[in-house]
Design a protein around this ligand. Sequence first.
Ligand code: PYC
Length: 428
Amino acid sequence: MAMPGLGRRGGIRPPRYSAAGLVSHGLTHRDWTPMWRRHELEPGYDVVIIGGGVHGLATAYYLAANHGISNVAVLDKGYIGGGGSGRNTAILRSNYLTPEGVRFYERSMDLYRGLAADLNFNVMFARRGHLTLAHNDGSLRTMRWRAEVNKLQGVDSEVIGPDEIKRLVPYMDVSAAARYPVLGALYHPPGGIIRHDAVVWGYARGADARGVHIHQDTEVTGIDVAHGKVTGVRTSRGPVSAPVVLNCTAGWSTLICDMAGVQVPVQTFPLQAAVTEPVRPFLDAVVVSGSLHVYVSQTDRGELVFGASVDPYPSYSMRGSLDFIEGLAGHVLELMPSLARLRLLRQWAGLCDMTPDFSPIMGPTPVDGFLVDIGWGTYGFKAGPVSGEAMAATIAAGKPPPLIAPFGLDRFAEGRLLGEKGAASVGH
Ligand code: PYC
């Protein structure tokens, strides 16, 4: 995969956000500069990125910021962040099961920790501590395994017992009388939550300022390939030529791969979530129970955000179901009976592009110049920054950096699967 000489396009310098700027805008009622601009669709770009979620926008940002490649278009069929990036439960962690996975997600945590300063945009990262509960001996064994792999990679994780869990989450029922008694937990202190929309907007603003064109309402309807090489895309607004096309479309990724004639072992399943009315802060940690198929965290505004496992059938539906909410409510109450009177405000679904080994597919495909950053399953949001950084490096250098080399599409043919199912928040 040889990348052509990729070029730079001039950007603008966005105004720096500061406390003084906030006061001055408040007093003068001056409008804020829009965070990204609208552009005519050019007939050609050096790089076309399909999908305006955190992965696509982060890739565009790092292409421009780290490699000086800014003749880049990000195309989204809807609005930026309207897919998985705006529908996930915004949990960050790096306590995975394989050394490759732990290293990769830990780099993402590093980037997330510095993101507000890097983008000059408050992404509201909150380190909260992340607890994955074990309700049986089998899960406890997996938690110990993960803790050891994590420690070997320098990631802070340890197995703790019910007393320590009760200290961290006083409202949780850790008694032996609980229907699924809590035997212990994998405790990952650096885990936390973030404001997912802000991450999308921050990357969009940073990419736009460096000359990237962000095109919303621009659906890709075809991909042109000649002599085994990608030459461009067709869109609802006309054709665009490009020697490099990157598929960052998560739940829709197989549809885009089909357009290029590339087969990938991915199936799309909905993942549902829900949010309650806001209440006073009482839950600091992020709590996950695989056996009860539920995870819960409390936002800085006081809402509780809940999620579960993916729906048990492939679908492109992004609507919530009664079935899901009934099951979820029952499981939450088994963990925290005192939440019985809390009211749910909203439920929704996002789409997960699941692979057989629960690890992503990143890098080149058999079509020269057509790259993928897909197969995220339920882990996509956590990986946004590192994926962007690594895919930008792949495009700039013409080959994937060592950090993502294990995640290539060729691993399925070569039998080098990277099983991360044991690191899933909940059973799937
Ligand atoms: O892997 O932490 C996770 C997660 C939470 C929600 C979906 N995936």
